[in-house]
Design a protein. Structure first.
Length: 84
């Protein structure tokens, strides 16, 4: 199924996907190397990058998680862009 996303949205989602994959990969590495300080620092940076990518997308387009919809917007997400 092809989605009709603006190219900027696709770009941000690709960046988010890459950052999140990197963070998850580092987390798996830390499962077997819990004393690796360099890997732990890289993981912390990767988590920050993932959150920055997520925030960039959500600020420009729409929330990716229900918990990020915000308290003051109520159900405004219903009138936003839908991807079908």
């Amino acid at each position: 199924m092809a989605y009709n996303l603006p190219s900027r949205a696709s770009q941000l989602l690709r960046q988010l996907s890459a950052a999140d994959f990197y963070a998850q990969d580092l987390k798996l590495f830390l499962d077997t190397h819990p004393d690796d300080e360099k890997a732990l620092e890289l993981y912390r940076e990767a988590v920050k990058q993932t959150e920055a990518c997520r925030c960039a997308f959500e600020n420009e387009f729409y929330p990716l998680r229900a918990s990020c919809a915000g308290k003051d917007c109520g159900w405004d997400w219903l009138s936003g862009q839908w991807i079908l």
